[in-house]
Design a protein around this ligand. Structure first.
Ligand SMILES: CC(=O)N[C@@H]([C@@H](O)[C@H](O)[C@H](O)CO)[C@@H](O)CC(=O)C(=O)O
Length: 329
């Protein structure tokens, strides 16, 4: 079952997590059970069709907090097993309301040979100060002392508004395995200051608002974790490449094209359920419905997106001519 050897050594920075990281969907059957049978095919799709070799499992997109602990363990195992020799890094989100559950999942991630763990702030009984949040994160990180640890900042969903900049101040003294930040928020002042104040430390700064990634690259993002990289991975990579080449005008054109699609779905009502529907349409792999309390994407949504995808020749950027942005597509 477990595919990679475990290690008892302290976390070593090894390969830095960078570039695109797909926040994986948890495929489900029509009756709400996890559909493990398509995960192997999903890995191949990400690698071959989207060029994405890093994944973030059991996060928001993966409905991690809607799964039981035993399901989360099995999902993590399946991704690690199926990703062996194909994926570069598999990071498991192990955040939970219960510290014990989070520690169990962290330890399990280490046992199965995952490449890192990430944790959100607990969001029912909440930590109200930086020190309390750090103490919680530290206890989880200590359960997997050989794994790189990432803090997953998503204040709009957790309701924990402690600024990331504040949290990062002195974090490695408390959490020696701290390796980076997954920043799913639009506050670029906070994000920029995280980068600015930790330039020497080689942290990974992973941005999580896909439609604004270019702005975060300017601010110093070293990578990105997001739902759209499941089906827009290749296109977003083109934006990253243009940015690397300092062709900012082309990079902006790519970002605008990506925004047009995201804006289209946002106007229809966009979230995890709709991500499942889009991914099913684009990849042909059945992602199934979400689990309650989420509702399946409507037929109207799926039909509109299908028509849009056809008109775009699925985001082939045919509307991007000679590096110029054409309006209205
Ligand atoms: C709130 C939310 O789901 N944000 C997404 C984005 O990728 C988002 O879907 C995208 O920017 C479109 O708005 C990611 O940050 C979530 C994520 O990385 C995860 O699933 O853990």
């Amino acid at each position: 079952m477990f595919s990679r050897p475990t290690s008892n050594s302290m976390a070593s920075p090894k390969k830095k997590l960078q570039g695109l990281v797909a926040a994986t969907i948890t495929p489900m059957t029509e009756n709400g059970e996890i559909n493990f049978s398509v995960i192997g095919q999903y890995v191949d799709y990400l690698v071959k069709e989207q060029g994405v070799k890093n994944i973030f499992v059991n996060g928001t997109t993966g409905e991690g907090l809607s799964l039981s602990v035993s399901e989360r363990r099995r999902v993590a195992e399946e991704w690690v097993t199926k990703g062996k020799d194909k994926l570069d890094q598999v990071v498991i989100h192990v955040g939970a309301l219960s510290l014990k559950e989070s520690q169990e999942l962290a330890q399990h991630a280490a046992e199965i040979g995952a490449d890192g763990i990430a944790v959100i702030a607990p969001f029912f009984l909440k930590p109200w100060t930086k020190d309390v949040l750090i103490n919680f994160l530290k206890e989880v990180a200590a359960a997997a002392p050989a794994l790189p640890f990432y803090y997953y900042h998503i204040p709009a969903l957790t309701g924990v508004k402690i600024r990331a900049e504040e949290l990062l101040d002195g974090i490695q003294d408390k959490i020696p395995t701290f390796q980076g930040l997954k920043f799913s928020d639009t506050d670029l002042l906070d994000f920029g200051q995280c980068v600015d104040q930790h330039r020497q430390q080689q942290f990974a700064f992973l941005f999580g608002v896909d439609e604004q990634l270019l702005s975060a690259l300017v601010m110093g993002a070293t990578g990105a974790v997001g739902s759209t990289y499941n089906y827009l991975g290749k296109k977003t990579s083109q934006m990253l490449e243009a940015f690397e080449r300092k062709d900012f005008s082309l990079a902006l054109n790519y970002q605008f094209c990506i925004q047009r699609f995201i804006n289209f779905v946002v106007k229809l009502g966009f979230g995890v359920s709709q991500t499942k529907a889009i991914m099913t349409l684009v990849s042909g792999i059945p992602m199934g419905p979400p689990r309650l309390p989420l509702q399946k994407a409507s037929r109207e949504f799926t039909d509109s997106v299908e028509a849009k995808l056809k008109s775009l020749d699925f985001l082939s950027f045919t509307d991007l001519k000679d590096g110029k942005l054409e309006a209205g597509s």
